[in-house]
Design a protein around this ligand. Sequence first.
Ligand code: NAI
Length: 465
Amino acid sequence: MTDLLLELGRNSAARGTIRMLGLPLPLPQSLQRASGPDPALPLADLRAVVVGVDVGGGGGLGELAAAAARSAGCTVEREAATGAATASVGAHGTPLHALLVDAGEVSSVADLRVLYDALHGRIAALNRCGRVIVLGRPPAGSREPARAAARAGLEGFVRALGKEIGRRGATANLLRIEDDAETRLAGPLCFLLSRRSAFVSGQALHIGHLARAEATQLQERPLQGQTALVTGAARGIGEAIARRLAEEGARVLLVDLPSSAAELSAVAAAVGGEALHCDLAAEGGVEALMADLQGRGQRVHILVHNAGITRDRTLAKMSPAHWDLCLAVNLQAAVRGTELALSTGVLRPSGRVLCLSSIGGIGGNPGQTNYATAKRALMGYVEALSHRLGREGGAAMAIAPGFIETQMTAAMPPLLRQAGRRLNSLGQGGLPEDVADAVAFLATPSAIGLAGQTLRVCGQHLAGA
Ligand code: NAI
């Protein structure tokens, strides 16, 4: 569905006219996105400045981040937090894409000043669609109340900053790195720096060691040799996920309703995958699917539970059938599907399970008690599942999209649709490709430090923000 304001914003003449007439129309910034498979050096055309207290010191988070970004091709300069304003254009005319703040040593209220010192004089130099990434330590790891408070403050900072810079298409996120999980920083950092995270803002991600697998270096076609099963793959987000996983080298098994057979087969043909027709909510549907895969000796390394439906009604008016169907498709199919995949050996415990949750499961929307229950449950599920799979090197993560332009949201009443689209820091809806980019990243070995977590792809939507 076309977003008129975004289209107007892309047209410089229309932008100029609206500005000249002083019309109160907030034109969202068109986001810069990546397409095609990731090259060997995905950050090759980007420039970042790392600022922080440990400049010149060894082993700090800033230094690790600089090394990780450089190894992905990024041009990285390092500056002291209290230094002069950063140049908006680098030596070779490269605009400033990212500001990384090393707040790893923050342990008191006074230390929080590093945030102000690092960004006050530099934020104006950040290019459109740029990135601010704050690197810190988790508050929970500290028994010192003042230290925990200071570390917790980092999250408030990025959430507020994300709302300030979002109208320029820029994002702000926090990476909290547990002690001894530093080797797992590169994957999440490079994802957030890249144009694959255009619709991720205001998030605090925790990098830990819930899963035991070794973190690996970024690599080209990281999913080569792996098989991924994606449910609800006939259209929308599921289709985008299937295309993206195939792009990064995975063989894809695509599942959808028998009534979507034609669309599913077309997508399967486009990605060189296999179409499997199954109603995941029907009695015995999931069982039959897994039995078929087991019978054919088909192994799956990545399980993506994407199929979802809404059956919106206020609780007092909701029929039991709508409650049941919503929970069956969004939640039970994922839980039962994973359990069966593991017990039949279709999925090894070292595999990756990715569940499509929703910000509706975080903030809750009126008329969606069924949907919010299911989507929140998935967040709890991936955390508990990661405890179980983590011992064998496996991991589960959830992805919580905000307003994404698909048939699901096109079916919303027009006013609600407009509000849903605008109520985030970037002032626009996301694309299915934004969610697919996040899923493809979480499927890679380099995302292992995020085991058990929920990644929001919502442009910092106000629901639960
Ligand atoms: P969509 O409605 O465009 O596609 C959903 C797909 O799931 C369809 O192809 C449908 O046939 C399939 N499906 C539904 N019931 C099924 C069943 N019983 N068995 C097999 N397949 C079934 O939805 P969209 O927008 O692509 O959403 C994908 C996922 O992302 C869903 O889980 C949804 O809840 C979630 N999500 C979407 C958001 C959005 O803004 N579009 C926001 C937040 C979450």
